[in-house]
Design a protein around this ligand. Structure first.
Ligand SMILES: C[S@@+](CC[C@H](N)C(=O)[O-])C[C@H]1O[C@@H](n2cnc3c(N)ncnc32)[C@H](O)[C@@H]1O
Length: 114
């Protein structure tokens, strides 16, 4: 499942999935992620966050109850201090570190351990 605010990007993603023969396997939700992800419809074992920087932590907190133990969270361009402080604090149920590839891009690799 994926979610995107801009309708033209949603249309392009759906067209690409259709071309690849994967349209019936992927749910692309159009709208504000804080609405579209309220019910993700099941447990989550991989979450890629690559959207508005201020939404990284709110999106994570929204999906958090559905994250399976061992789930991977990839934050691309995860620069927002509130997000990084949260995932790097073991008390919140994560272990997290920056990925040592393409450094400067703020790629954060996080595991759900709770
Ligand atoms: C850096 S782009 C990356 C998108 C995608 N990964 C890509 O490579 O095209 C960030 C995306 O977040 C979307 N976005 C911004 N605010 C959003 C929101 N509240 N809900 C959902 N998507 C949002 C933007 O429309 C934009 O397409």
């Amino acid at each position: 499942m994926g979610t995107e605010l801009e309708p033209n990007k949603v249309a392009r993603a759906r067209a690409n999935l259709d071309t690849a023969g994967l349209a019936d396997l992927v749910d692309i939700r159009e709208g504000d992620a804080l609405e579209t992800l309220r019910d993700v419809g099941g447990d989550v074992d991989l979450l890629l966050i690559d959207g508005a920087f201020t939404l990284y932590l709110p999106v994570l907190r929204l999906v958090e109850p559905r994250l399976k133990p061992g789930a991977v969270i990839l934050g691309e361009n995860a620069f927002e201090p509130g997000y990084l402080d949260y995932v790097r604090n073991p008390a919140n149920g994560y272990v997290s570190q920056p990925l040592p590839i393409d450094e400067g891009r703020g790629n954060e690799f996080t595991l759900r351990v709770a």
